[in-house]
Write a protein that binds this ligand. Structure first.
Ligand SMILES: [Ca+2]
Ligand SMILES: [Ca+2]
Ligand SMILES: [Ca+2]
Length: 341
């Protein structure tokens, strides 16, 4: 006799966890690779800088700073020596491919999907680059290390229990932040319990809000684990100063905590390439990187912290946008370390 939950899994096996970009592939060019060609180890490159999403900022490093990394104000922290050093971020996703911009980054690799060949799906590598790339482009916490927890297959599907196991493993492995750019429509109690466990051990869990949004802030769309109050749920926006708006696809509900750049985000993909992708999946890793910066800062000043402190400090960094005050699409607002933005 199968349990209710086993029957549920059989019924929903391949649709529980879907990658967010796939839900609106008609609206964005998912894998729109621009000309960013690595020629050799000196990292000479050509890049299509006609796109306003890519800006050269730090001339001393020659690294391209993607728009989302720029507008989260990461360089404000970098200039104080806070760059993610000593912090490990768990990326629970499709796996992280080898990439010159991620050399030496991945210190833990676990796979739950049964796939042992390099990931073909770009999603996890893209997320990883936004957090910690350190090469031609820079992630928010470019000196942070990564844990690769591969719970979504090349086809983009996963099993709830793999994700539950990955959360426990990430805590066991000593990861300092958990980043999850995934979600499904169901509240699965073991996942709720696993996330509570991580949070109790001071590991903040940063989660994409989901892409089922209808462009209407007054209707709710739900995704788990983003709906758990123990996570920090990140919506997607397209930064445009005081006129910053939420992305039309971003889920709205009263558990959205903040937002970050989630439209036309350039980052690393397999094959030493780069691509623009959109989704709350792309917004969340900016905040995971921000959490890594906060944790390094706490440690450097001998400040003890909890996951709740990370969340509340992220809330303090959230600049109100869109409808005045906390709102269901952008939460407390657009996170930035740059007080002048
Ligand atoms: Ca809505
Ligand atoms: Ca929340
Ligand atoms: Ca607002």
């Amino acid at each position: 006799m199968k349990s209710e939950i086993e029957l549920y899994f059989e019924e929903h096996k391949n649709k529980q966890y879907k990658l967010f970009p796939h839900s609106f592939d008609k609206e964005v060019t998912d894998i729109d690779v621009k000309e960013l060609t690595v020629t050799n180890n000196d990292k000479t490159t050509t890049i299509d800088v006609s796109s306003s999403d890519v800006t050269t900022s730090d001339v001393t490093t020659q690294a391209y700073i993607p728009k989302g990394v720029s507008v989260i104000g990461a360089s404000t922290m970098w200039s104080r020596g806070i760059n993610g050093s000593g912090v490990i971020v768990a990326v629970i996703d499709t796996g992280i491919a080898t990439h010159l911009d991620l050399l030496g980054k991945v210190v833990i690799r676990r796979t739950y999907t049964g796939e042992i060949t390099p990931p073909l799906n770009s999603h996890g590598t893209h997320v990883a680059g936004t957090i910690a790339a350190n090469g031609l482009i820079r992630g928010v916490a470019y000196q942070a290390l990564l844990g690769d927890y591969r719970v979504l297959s090349n086809s983009g599907s996963g099993n709830y229990d793999w994700i539950v196991k990955a959360v426990y493993d990430a805590v066991y492995d000593g990861c300092d932040v958990i980043s999850m750019s995934l979600g499904g429509p169901v509240d699965y109690p073991p996942l709720r319990t696993a996330i509570q466990y991580a949070v109790n051990l001071n590991v903040p869990v940063i989660v994409a809000a989901g892409n089922e949004g209808d462009g209407n802030i007054y209707t709710n769309e739900y995704s788990y684990p983003a709906m758990y109050s123990t996570t920090h749920s990140v919506g997607a926006a397209n930064y445009n100063g005081a006129n910053t708006l939420p992305a039309f696809f971003t889920n709205s509900n009263n558990e959205v905590d903040c937002c970050s750049q989630g439209v036309n985000v350039i980052s690393t993909i397999p094959g030493n390439l780069y691509a623009y992708m959109s989704g709350t999946s792309m917004a969340a890793p900016h905040i995971s990187g921000a959490a890594a910066l906060l944790i390094q800062q706490y440690r450097s000043t001998g400040t003890s912290y909890t996951a709740s402190k990370v969340y509340s400090d992220l809330a303090l960094l959230s600049k109100d946008i869109y409808i005045p005050g906390n709102d269901n699409a952008t939460g407390k607002g657009f996170v930035t370390f740059n007080p002048t933005l």
